[in-house]
Design a protein around this ligand. Structure first.
Ligand code: VGL
Length: 208
């Protein structure tokens, strides 16, 4: 078994450290759980949102968020978040330096792109980020996923990976936090129906 641990968007933008961005409750405390899962893995991957401050999907305040957009690669409005050079772009406490990861994906750097999953730059899933190809090149057969947010980028990344049919996909609940209770529950249901294994913490990982 060759395992890759994937840290999905563990950035301050998605934590209470950045209340004006997309704060996820307790998003800032998952660093140790991500490190623990990485210790079980042969490789460690980081994904980061990297957005322009004025993208086509940005709105001025939280009350204008989650409005549908008629655009192929940006489905909803969001407040500006994870802009390189700002605090929200930085990774959460206790994670290693970016250069200590084996592979890094920056997502949504173009003004007209807002992908959720780490495998494709576009929502139609045509333009690869290279993550799947890299995992295959490293002969990875199992991916262990944690990060932010469960109901958006974690879910979409996990679904993209399982759809590829080359990997066993495991979500580590202890290393994830999500935006809203209802969508988190739905996300776990959807992931489990798609054949993704859900473990509560790293001690539940069964390595055959
Ligand atoms: C995310 C909503 C908007 C995430 C990113 O990382 O889960 N969620 N942008």
């Amino acid at each position: 078994m060759i395992i890759a641990a994937i840290d999905v968007d563990p950035q301050k933008a998605f934590t209470p450290l950045c209340p004006n961005e997309l704060p996820v409750n307790e998003g800032d405390i998952i660093g140790p759980a991500l490190n623990a899962q990485a210790r079980k893995a042969n490789f460690r991957v980081l994904t980061k949102d990297a957005h322009q401050s004025k993208a086509i999907w940005t709105v001025d305040n939280h009350s204008q968020m989650l409005q549908p957009l008629d655009h192929p690669n940006a489905d909803l409005t969001w407040v500006s978040h994870a802009v390189p050079g700002t605090r929200g772009f930085e990774t959460i406490p206790e994670l290693p330096a970016v250069t200590d990861y084996d592979f890094v994906v920056w997502k949504g750097i173009e003004a007209d792109l807002h992908p959720y999953g780490a495998c494709y730059h576009d929502i139609a899933e045509q333009l690869s980020t290279g993550l799947i190809e890299w995992l295959i090149a490293k002969e990875v057969d199992t991916v262990l996923i944690g990060g932010l947010a469960t109901d958006y980028c974690v879910k979409t990344t996990a679904l993209q990976l399982v759809k590829n049919k080359q990997f066993k996909v495991i979500i580590n609940v202890e290393a994830c936090r999500g935006i809203a209770t209802e969508t988190i529950e739905l996300a776990y249901k959807e992931m489990s129906q798609a054949g993704i294994t859900i473990i509560q913490n790293i001690n539940d990982l069964q390595i055959h």
